[in-house]
Design a protein around this ligand. Structure first.
Ligand code: FES
Length: 341
């Protein structure tokens, strides 16, 4: 018996066409017509995904990215902006200050708080927006292109919100209270759009999260055979597989340094990087954005990565096999953190 279009199977709720055949999602969407398709495409996540795929943003992305990279050469200042000394990106923590102040100011406006308190919050939020923007730009300059597209629109939204709150402060101090409140409310609306895109960037696209493989879940405790020692070229980076894990190995005579191969920043292949010495410690530099990790224990010597690279202990058996086991987490001061003497 023919079933009417759109009818659902009694068993599992699958949409059926007129012949009783299950209709694929795309087909069902096409049949619903342009109005409903537009509605689903206007969901915030769909819009953010469109921004990811918008090559029209590439030119401004390139210009701004080149400017930021020139202004922030590798070094302690750039590392601090990334959040290397704190072990996590600084931007998400700093952005709470302007957003919190501005939200509170708008609430005070709504619930008849004092003008002075609301104006003070707007001003403090403006001051706090400066370090938030600096840390955000530093992180943004070392992202993949589709992340940078979303990040650019996020930055434009937050810059627009900052300008609206700046205009609000000006209106408040010149006695135009009504304008000041209106501008603040508009600024908060724009900042909320920017915050949504920031969330998309961090939580959907993984900017800021550690991309190193979770060795605690993938590597069982105890020693594991990795490969014969003779299979490792002396003095050269090599990649070896341990079950699901890709490991970076550097042999130096009878010593083998082993780290997880996927860079904690965005998963770059560390075995294609360079061996360098930083403060006397042997390190590997990621080929993608230059994060530098100490080979001994995976400590971050230079960003943009902020999370430690998972490290392994190694030993050589009597039969000349390299064995590895996950290194117990320990904090060893980076050389520049150690007290003199
Ligand atoms: S992936 Fe960006 S520094 Fe390694």
């Amino acid at each position: 018996m023919r079933q009417p279009l759109g009818r659902r199977s009694r068993r599992d709720g699958t949409r059926l066409d007129g012949t009783g055949t299950p209709v694929s999602r795309d087909r069902a969407r096409r049949r619903r017509g342009p109005a409903l398709s537009a509605l689903s495409a206007s969901r915030p996540a769909a819009l953010a995904e469109r921004i990811e795929r918008a090559p029209v943003l590439d030119r401004p992305v390139r210009v701004l990215s080149d400017t930021v990279v020139r202004a922030l050469p590798p070094g302690p200042r750039t590392d601090a902006l990334h959040g290397v000394p704190f072990g996590q990106p600084a931007h998400p923590a700093l952005i709470r200050m302007p957003l919190g102040c501005w939200t509170s100011a708008v609430l005070l406006d709504l619930f008849r708080g004092t003008d002075r308190a609301a104006g003070t919050l707007v001003a403090v939020g403006l001051a706090a927006a400066v370090p938030s923007a600096a840390t955000g730009l530093a992180d943004w300059s070392a992202l993949h292109r589709h992340q940078q597209r979303v990040g650019l629109v996020h930055a434009i939204s937050q810059a627009g919100a900052t300008m609206l709150f700046g205009a609000s402060l000006l209106a408040r101090v010149t006695g135009r209270r009504g304008d000041g409140k209106l501008l603040s409310a508009s600024g908060l609306a724009v900042a909320t759009v920017g915050a949504y895109l920031g969330g998309h960037l961090a939580l959907r696209l993984g900017a800021g999260a550690s991309h190193a493989e979770p060795i605690d879940h993938l590597a069982a405790l105890g020693w594991h055979d990795l490969c014969p020692l003779d299979d490792l070229p002396d003095g050269h980076l090599a990649r070896r597989q341990l079950g699901y894990l890709s490991l970076l190995a550097l042999r130096q005579g009878e010593t083998v340094h082993v780290l997880s191969d996927h860079c904690a920043h965005l998963g770059g292949p560390l075995h294609q990087g360079r061996v360098v010495t930083v403060h006397g410690a042997l390190c590997v530099t990621c080929p993608w954005h230059g994060s530098t990790f100490r080979l001994d224990d995976g400590a971050v010597m230079h960003g943009p990565a902020t999370a430690r690279q998972p490290a392994f202990e190694s030993r050589i058996t009597d039969s000349a096999w390299v064995q590895v086991r996950p290194q117990a987490r320990r904090h060893r001061a980076r050389p520049e953190e150690a007290k003199p003497g």
